[in-house]
Design a protein. Structure first.
Length: 336
């Protein structure tokens, strides 16, 4: 009898432990499933909110145009514009989400396609791109002996990629290098369609392209301009190519500070031929003319809308063209 009772006790204990393990597993699985469902719900809500943030940014950009017309302001993009004032502000929503929308004037970056507009020549392009690439390469992480790039060669390769002829600025044919690749391809001979495309150009590897990315844009593809000193951040102002034709150089610290002080005083930097209220001729401030001619008035903006629910974040990056206010267009769209 004692043996039987002992055996029954062991069996009871075994099934009790089995029941406990099963219950624990079930509860753990239920908790995980609940978290997965909650994360999916929050992810969907965050993406929907981010998409709505892009639409909100478009409305702000259009309202900015209306405000300019009503107040009779010069058609210039500045850091005092409505779109700039609301950029980066956190907006809580009633269901617990948080939305942040950043709006950036594409004119505040260097539009590489602007280097190929009318009135420019290869000598100026090469001089500017060489100086610009030297600056970017020098600021890249790593020791000097690890950055074995030739800025002049890179500049000429980039120009050959975009210009319409098939002759290389270094002699020979543009496609000699590209036809030796696997698979072979040809120079585009058209405006750049993305910053990523630069990785296809002879001499440009991934580290250089990533170092260039914060400086560059390709929008608009045609009829674009250079860096707008009214909206560019300080580190991009240092990429302004100023002086007189044949004797230009990248802006120095004193010139960058002079531009920033003028902006702090609320001055609108303008080309000398624009005689509008509140405008200040930029040439005495930067000590020369800027190449390429800045994009004073911009129709293309980058919008980054980030939404957050708890720990879940989703963002939508879009490039918006407001040149037709009745029908703004999206030139690029990416959900992250």
């Amino acid at each position: 009898m004692r043996r039987q009772r002992g055996f029954v006790l062991v069996v009871v204990l075994f099934f009790a432990m089995l029941l406990f393990a099963s219950t624990t597993t079930f509860l753990a699985r239920a908790t995980v499933d609940s978290r997965i469902a909650r994360n999916r719900d929050q992810s969907a809500r965050a993406e929907a909110l981010a998409r709505g943030g892009v639409r909100l940014a478009v409305a702000v950009l259009l309202q900015d145009l209306v405000q300019q017309n009503e107040l009779g302001l010069p058609a210039l993009e500045t850091s005092q514009d409505l779109w700039a004032q609301v950029s980066g502000v956190e907006l809580p929503v009633p269901d617990g989400g948080i939305l942040r929308v950043r709006i950036e004037d594409m004119g505040s970056r260097l539009n590489l396609n602007a280097l190929f507009g009318e009135g420019t020549d290869d000598d100026e392009r090469v001089a500017f791109l060489t100086a610009f690439l030297e600056k970017v390469i020098e600021e890249m992480p790593g020791r000097p002996e690890e950055k074995l790039y030739e800025p002049d060669d890179l500049a000429r390769s980039l120009i050959d990629w975009v210009d319409e002829d098939e002759d290389s600025l270094r002699g020979g044919y543009e496609d000699d290098y590209y036809q030796e690749q696997d698979p072979p391809y040809r120079a585009a001979n058209r405006p750049l369609l993305s910053v990523d495309e630069i990785a296809l150009v002879e001499g440009f590897d991934e580290p250089v392209v990533e170092a260039l990315r914060p400086y560059l844009t390709v929008f608009p593809y045609v009829d674009g301009g250079g860096i707008n000193p009214n909206t560019a951040p300080p580190w991009l102002l240092a990429s302004l190519f100023v002086g007189t034709a044949g004797d230009r150089r990248l802006a120095g610290e004193d010139q960058v500070r002079a531009v920033l002080r003028a902006r702090e005083r609320g001055e609108l930097l303008c080309p000398g031929e624009l005689n509008a209220p509140g405008c200040t001729n930029y040439e005495p401030i930067v000590e020369g003319k800027i190449y390429p001619e800045p994009a004073w008035e911009s129709s293309v903006f980058q919008v980054v809308a980030e939404a957050r629910y708890g720990e879940i974040r989703r963002s939508v990056e879009a490039v918006v063209d407001r040149s037709e206010p009745s029908q703004p267009r999206f030139l690029a769209w990416r959900v992250r």
